[in-house]
Ligand binder design. Sequence first.
Ligand code: FAD
Length: 368
Amino acid sequence: MRLGPGKHLKGLTLMGGIVKPEEFDYFHELILNTELAHFGTRGFVDGLLNGGVIALPPILNYGTPELQTQYVSDILAGKKYIALAITEAFAGSDVAGVQTTAAREGNEWVITGTKKFVQFSIDFGDHGMLTSHRWITNGTFADYFTTLCQTDSGPTVILVPRSSTVSTKPVKTSYSATAGTAYVTFSATRVPVSHTLGEVGQGLRVILSNFNHERWMVVGTSLGAQRLVVEECLKWTNQRMAFGKPLSAQPVIRARLALMIERVEACQSWVENVTHQMNHMTYAEQSDKLAGPIALLKQFVSRSGRETAEDAAQIFGGRGITVGGMGKVIENFHRTSPFDAILAGAEDVLGDLGVRQAIRKMPKNARL
Ligand SMILES: Cc1cc2nc3c(=O)[nH]c(=O)nc-3n(C[C@H](O)[C@H](O)[C@H](O)COP(=O)(O)OP(=O)(O)OC[C@H]3O[C@@H](n4cnc5c(N)ncnc54)[C@H](O)[C@@H]3O)c2cc1C
C-alpha cells in the first residue's frame, strides 16, 4: 500500500478488507504514512521497508514484464528486500554527477568504479575497481539495489541483485541502526542488460519522477510526527506545574503552541491539496506537473518540523532532550527531524527546484 494505488494491489485484502484494492488511493496511503509516524521512532519507520517504497516503483514503472515477474512478487511478499542506490560520496543533490559506471560487455553490464573516482577507489587489477555509494536506506539487508550508473549513453538505472561482488556495511547515523543504512560497494558486478530500468541514457528521468512519491511520503511521515509532537506538548503543558500553575497558563507557552498548531494545520491542508491532485493525474502527469509543488511542499514541511522540534524541546525542558521517559517522542523528533530536511532532497535544493519549475512553466511573454 505504501507504493500507492496500482495493479500491484490487485487481488489483495487491504487493511482487513476496509478498502478495496481498486478504491485504494493516495489519501489512504497518506493516512498510513502519518500513522506510521505515531510510533515516534523515525529510524525504525525507515527500517519498515522504506527502501522498497523508493526502490520498487522504478521496476513497476520502467521494468520489462519479465523483470517484474521475476522480482516483484517476492519483494511485495516480504521475502526479498530492495534498496535505492543513487547517492555517492561526490554525488548527493547533484544526482547527475554519479560516477559509478556500467560498461556493456555482450549481454551484460559490468558495474564498477571510474578512474575519475580516485580518492575513494581501490584498484583490484583484473577484478576492476571498487566504488562506494553511501547512506543507502535498508542497504544492510537488501537483496537488490535499484542503482543509478553512468554508461556511454548517459545515466542509466539498473537493477543489481546482491552477489559476491556486492558488499554492504552499516553506516552509523544519529537515528537508528534498524533503518539498515549502508555503505554499498560494487566490484565489477555483472548484471544482465535486461535488468535496465527504462531507456539506456534516460536514468535521470526514471530517478527524478521517482523522487516525487518519495518526497510526498517524507512529507506525510514528517507531518504525522509533528502532529504527535503537538499532542504531546498539549498534554505536557496541561499537567506540568511550574510557579504554582500549569505551563499552559503561561501566555508565552500558549504563543508557542499557537505557532505549532498553525504550522501543522497549514502543512496538512497543503499536503491534502497535492494528494488530491496526485489522485487525478497519471504518473506521467505527476512527473511533469507536481515535481515543483512537491519540492516546495517538502521544504516547507521539513522546515516547519524543525521549528516545531525546537519549540517542543523548550516546552519539555530537560525531558525534551532525554532519551526515554515522558519526553521520549520530543527527543526522538528533535534528533531526527533534520533527516526529513536532507534525505529525498535537501531543503535548499528543493526550494530552488520548485521555483525553477514555476518559472519554466510561466508563459514566456508574461509581463506586468
Ligand atoms: C539517513 C540517510 C538515508 C539515506 N538514504 C538514501 C537512500 O536510500 N538512497 C540514496 O540514494 N540516498 C540516500 N541518502 C542520501 C540523501 O539523498 C542525500 O544525503 C541527499 O540527497 C543530499 O545529498 P548530500 O548529503 O550529498 O548533500 P550535498 O549535495 O553535498 O549538499 C550539501 C548541502 O549543500 C546544499 N546544496 C547542494 N547543492 C545546492 C544547490 N544547487 N543550491 C543550494 N544549495 C545546495 C544542500 O542543500 C545541502 O544542505 C540518505 C541520506 C541519509 C542521511
